[in-house]
Design a binder for this molecule. Structure first.
Ligand SMILES: *Cc1c(COP(=O)(O)O)cnc(C)c1O
Length: 377
């Protein structure tokens, strides 16, 4: 029986050649030749003001928390249905997390609820563009402006996606991307911070370089480098950057294939939605689709477990993911107790189908057929 994994890391072609080139160049620490190529790629393609590679999206989120100057007791609004790092980066600075519920029609944060979550202690809003589909950013930015809040876009899944023609990760004060091997473009582990608000650019570079003004020193802007602020070792080595650059060069090809597979699922499964068996991904008018993920939302936990088991029997590995953070062992005791029914529903009812570059359209069709058979359509 053919086994189809949930994910398989894709090697675009030049990764090993570029790693060899990095070795031959004789400088393997961060901020070298390939790091600069990666920074330039993001700055040119998306118009982000300043880009800094990090060792993960988690690190980029931690940098955002430092840049936002989060202090113990500050409140940060975070969606409950997300990966732990979205919240944890701020908890590390002593923040209290105020969880926002998801929308009924898609897992993204319900921005209509934000105003009710504000208090005088609110310092930042972190949005997550779930499945690479944009959160409705205009109301978020308007609210942030009115109340002087910092906006961080967790764009871990959102490379190449847009909100009303603006690239995601370029709207808030900061954007954070991931190149973890489950994302569209990969570097094993890797990430990127985009800094959009001009006032934060200089400090971002310092925090990135362990609290020193080393980057300014190498540019010749200062005559010696010093410990000038807090910081940490957030920058990846040239080996990671070389690998990533090979992926960036193949971005269009990777995206075209993922979108084609996504469309196969969408077409093959459309009538599941019509028949009321499952909800498919919803792309609002203001958003684009980067084919990061194809998911189904079924009626309940039991049905999801049975569907996963049925697919597994056929050799197809479908998975669920986030356990809503407000119900997590670590944070449930600290959560203010508000029920977040939509986040809980996605925790129980959302299921992801295999989607990776090397998946064949015929395999996606076979998986979709098995799902249809399960529902008897
Ligand atoms: C993958 C992911 C992260 C973490 O990315 P890493 O690069 O593994 O640190 C954070 N937030 C979201 C929404 C993610 O999907």
């Amino acid at each position: 029986m053919e086994q189809i994994p949930f994910n398989k890391p894709f090697i675009a072609g030049h990764e090993l050649a570029y790693i060899r080139e990095a070795v031959d160049r004789g400088k393997l620490t961060g901020d070298g030749h390939f790091s600069r190529l990666c920074h330039g790629f993001f700055e040119d393609r998306y118009g982000f003001r300043k880009c800094l590679l990090t060792t993960s999206c988690t690190d980029a989120l931690e940098m955002s928390a430092l840049l936002a100057d989060i202090q113990p007791g500050d409140e940060v609004i975070v969606p409950a249905y997300t990966f732990v790092s979205t919240a944890n980066a701020f908890v590390l600075r002593g923040a209290h997390i105020v969880f926002a519920d998801s929308r009924t029609d898609e897992p993204n944060m319900d921005v209509g609820l934000l105003e009710t979550l504000l208090t005088p202690r609110t310092k930042a809003i972190v949005v997550v563009h779930y499945a690479g589909v944009a959160v409705d950013m205009d109301p978020v930015m308007a609210l942030a402006k009115k109340h002087g809040l910092v906006v961080v876009e967790d764009a871990a899944q959102a490379i190449e996606s847009r909100y009303k023609d603006q690239p995601l990760g370029g709207i808030g004060h900061f954007g954070t991307f991931s190149f973890h091997e489950t994302k569209n473009l990969i570097a094993g582990e890797g990430g990127l911070l985009s800094v959009n608000a001009p006032d934060y650019v200089e400090r971002a570079e310092i925090i990135w370089e362990k609290g020193t003004n080393r980057a300014a020193f190498f540019r010749g802007d200062v005559d010696k480098y010093n410990w000038v602020d807090v910081g940490s070792s957030f920058l990846p080595s040239e080996l990671t950057a070389a690998f990533l650059y090979a992926q960036l060069e193949e971005l269009e090809r990777i995206q075209a294939k993922r979108k084609a597979l996504w469309s196969v699922y969408r077409e093959q499964l459309a009538d599941l939605e019509t028949a009321g068996h499952a909800r498919l991904p919803h792309i609002p008018d203001y958003a684009t689709n980067n084919a990061h993920m194809f998911y189904l939302v079924v009626a309940d936990l039991d049905l999801r477990s049975r569907l996963i088991a049925d697919l597994r029997e056929a050799g197809y590995l479908a998975v669920f993911h986030y356990q809503a953070l407000h119900r997590s062992p670590f944070y449930s005791g600290r959560h203010d107790g508000r029920p977040l029914p939509e986040a809980s529903r996605y925790t129980d009812c959302l299921l992801r189908l295999p989607l990776f570059f090397e998946l064949e359209a015929a395999q996606a069709e076979a998986i979709a057929q098995r799902v249809r058979r399960f529902f008897g359509v």
